[in-house]
Ligand binder design. Sequence first.
Ligand code: NAG
Ligand code: NAG
Ligand code: NAG
Length: 228
Amino acid sequence: MKTCIVLCFCVVHSLSVYHAHGTKTCCGPSKWQGVVLQTIGTYSRTQDFASLAYATSRVYYDYDNKLVAVKERRLNETAGITTDTWKIMQYSEATSYIIENGRCQRLQLAEKMPSQCIPDQAVSLGTHKYPGFDADIWFVKDNDTGRATRYGVTIDSCMFLTESYITKGPEYTYVSSLYENMTQTIDDPSVFIPPSFCPRVSERIRGTLLEWRSLFPITGVHRMDRNN
Ligand SMILES: *[C@@H]1O[C@H](CO)[C@@H](O)[C@H](O)[C@H]1NC(C)=O
Ligand SMILES: *[C@@H]1O[C@H](CO)[C@@H](O)[C@H](O)[C@H]1NC(C)=O
Ligand SMILES: *[C@@H]1O[C@H](CO)[C@@H](O)[C@H](O)[C@H]1NC(C)=O
């Protein structure tokens, strides 16, 4: 009987330790750059129209200076169009720049800087093995937007490896992302400096500029300052 109690205690105790470990979300580095490879599918149920695109983006993220830059090449398979876009987000000035085809737009940025943290409410799906490394997998569903996101991050430094999400209809978007060549330095800080031909007066826009920002659902932004 005594053995059983001790044994039971041990089992419960080790489960609770595992549980506590398994539910503590993590934060990635405050500065990184990497290449994000994406497959993007859309489907509009109202228009019965589907499309497919592939994007390769160089992403630069500097939390301390509140800067994000993205250089994206997108092949829209459905339209047969390739576009190169350079986006600069200066969150401390609530300003962004979109440079495309030698044209620059300066826009007011309403959204907050995306967090480098997995949101608190994310559920752990455990540690998964890939050839050469292990990844912690997290799942989170945003109740407001209905967007369900699955993240894979490195175990030691919480760097992004994979991400996929699907949004709620009737306009569906599915995005699957692979993160490559991630480093914790930014080798060319000029990616954050808009070219001289950019306008000085902002237009107003609504909505999100970043496909990959789903990494950081809006419900998770309160975690942004956790590293400070
Ligand atoms: C592809 O281009 C079409 C036509 O411009 C557009 O409606 C669709 O949203 C694009 N799809 C993606 C995934 O970018
Ligand atoms: C989302 O909704 C589910 C089911 O109603 C609820 O259990 C969960 O706590 C909600 N999550 C958040 C973050 O509000
Ligand atoms: C990653 O880095 C390697 C070595 O520098 C390079 O050969 C490769 O093209 C890079 N991958 C991407 C997707 O840029």
